[in-house]
Design a protein. Structure first.
Length: 108
């Protein structure tokens, strides 16, 4: 996530620097150049905001999917633990019945 913030900041700064350079070397009056610079900065800022929002949405979707998968896996583990407990209880009852009937103990 840290790298993507740096990347977006680099795009933003590079876009602004490029726009300013292009406008400064264009044959226009100072007021027109300043207005062009302001407009380009607004455009780059809007695009950066859109990119950030898109990244946030993607992160939220990925987080929701991750939570969903985690809940599924938790449920599977709970079911496996319950099945193991049930099997252990059944085996214990079986062994206790064998011992109480005087049958030889099985080698476990």
């Amino acid at each position: 996530m840290k790298n993507s913030k740096g990347f977006l900041l680099g795009i933003l700064v590079g876009g602004i620097a490029g726009a300013i350079s292009a406008l400064l070397f264009a044959p226009k009056e100072g007021s027109e150049v300043r207005e062009d610079i302001k407009q380009k900065a607004r455009d780059v800022g809007a695009k950066a905001s859109e990119a950030v929002e898109s990244a946030k949405e993607s992160a939220q979707k990925a987080g929701a999917r991750g939570r969903s998968i985690l809940e599924e896996k938790k449920a599977q583990v709970r079911e496996a633990v319950q099945a193991g407990r049930k099997a252990a209880a059944e085996k214990r009852a079986e062994l206790e019945a064998q011992v109480s009937e005087g049958e030889p103990k099985p080698n476990i």
